[in-house]
Design a binder for this molecule. Sequence first.
Ligand code: ADP
Ligand code: MG
Length: 608
Amino acid sequence: MEKFEVLGLSDELLKSIDDMGFETPSEVQEKAIPFLLAEERDLVALAQTGTGKTAAFGFPLIQRVDPSSKMTQGLILSPTRELCLQITNELKNYSKYVDGLNVVAVYGGASINDQAKQIKRGAQIIVATPGRMQDMMRRGFVDISEIGYCVLDEADEMLNMGFYEDITTILADTPEEKSTWLFSATMPKEVARIAKDFMSDPHEITVGSRNVGAETVRHEYYTVGGRDRYLALKRLADANPDIFSVVFCRTKRDTQNVAEKLIEDGYNAAALHGDLSQNQRDLVMKSFRTNQIQMLVATDVAARGIDVDDITHVINYQLPDEMEVYTHRSGRTGRAGKSGVSMIIVTKSELRRIKQLERLLQKPFEPKKIPTGIEICEIQLYHLASKIKNTEISEDIDPYLPAIYDVLDGLEREELIKKMVSVEFSRFFNYYKKSKDLNADTSGTKNSKGNSVRYFINVGERDGYDWKKLKDFLRDQLGLDRDDIFNADTKENFSFFNTEPQHKDMILEFFTDFKHNGRFINVEISTTRPDEGRRRDHNGRDRKRRRRRDGDRRRDEGRKFEGGRRKDRGDFKKKDKKKKNEKSSGFFFDNVYDPSQSKKSNKRKRRK
Ligand code: ADP
Ligand code: MG
């Protein structure tokens, strides 16, 4: 414990540090604590998640406040309720030998009056989430006009969550001459802006290189077809029987869906997202902390508060939109000196983002193959055998043994082993014996969506759609998953998208007489192969027809479209009986902007 002693900490703190079993200070603690104890200066400290930042500001703050005064002297802002409670608990723990020191948590979702009462009794340190803090300020429940220290913890996450304005409002009520300590895992522009706007000449501490994820985390990526994400997730879970993981999805909806499917498929899974009540979230977190949940499926925002040290895997079911968010995700594993794996399920079109992440984290990401069904069976088999070998025999089983020996009487050792292992193994074997290879072919440029159906839809960029919005729109309307719609390609006035053949009938049916925002939306099957389209265009027949029908705007559109023709439309529906018929209506369908015709045309087709 010698090293903590040289940092200048008080005996009370050293005593609780001893109780907690901390032996040596972490790097950020070693750098921040002596500085904060000695100097009245602002500080920006950048250190990865899990490096002990709470104690880095907590120890000096506790030592600096005067417990004999009841005035609020220190304010810590933190992004979520979970983190707020966690910091409060840590600080209470650190200060248990400091008489008269009160640390109070201020966060939403709990009684504001109770919190006000606690503060009234004297709270030298307040740990708060920005929203509730402002509420308390408006009602005059807190007085931060005399604080000496303001800590912005997990500043990057607070800004990610859009708390810039709130922080501004809160800081406006604090004295000019206080010290501001900013702690963050990463230093995006917004954090730099906070440092510039609210701090004067801050001292900067950087642990490790900026933006680098924890050294203990390995990054792996698995390239699959967009629609195989879920199957891939299951295999990754099955290939890691002791997995204890957070699975990140981009939307609440995906989060809920994936969790539900996992539960249906027999996994110990649960969803964590903003649509759950605080109560539900607390319950989920409790089951996760106590390892009753093996796979916690979460949105980025909801996962902000997760602080569980022994997460073995972070699974990126989808990549986040913002690169910085990936650092937060992967930082959930590999904590407290343990090693962890961050797995990314990607599609081929996202591979360039892996390259960007490698650059951002300055670490290689390992391309890996989704295990085959047989490999998984093998892993499970060995896992089962070693589990049997390592299981402690419970004495409680004794009374049942004579009867069990009777039942198993006459079985040879070999046979007994085979049977025992088969009980569990068969479950996996039966599921996986006919499973396909999920790995996308990343060697060539050929798009593997050979069997899919391509559709034409008469909405485009002019209607405010880009490919992402089109996908969202279709998914919401049709009740499909995000990955069920692919190769969405928006043009000025119309768009294309693909699905698997099994959705075809439902989609055509759905868009018969379908009106959205007062306008008929028409969907047709696109059967034209690029070379055919080009040929027709060359002989000019279709273009003339279009011009007559739709005027100049559409003609320009057509030209634009020729230029952007996609490779991947090459192999559609050659043998489809409908083809001849549909082709006759030309590349652009007769009824594109004509609702009455559209209906007729749909009916005509459907009768075939
Ligand atoms: P951060 O805020 O940097 O993500 P935390 O402050 O939450 O990290 O600390 C992560 C974990 O490490 C916590 O469980 C904490 O109790 C533990 N920890 C902090 N400092 C030390 C230390 N010096 N020695 C051992 N464990 C520590
Ligand atoms: Mg922290």
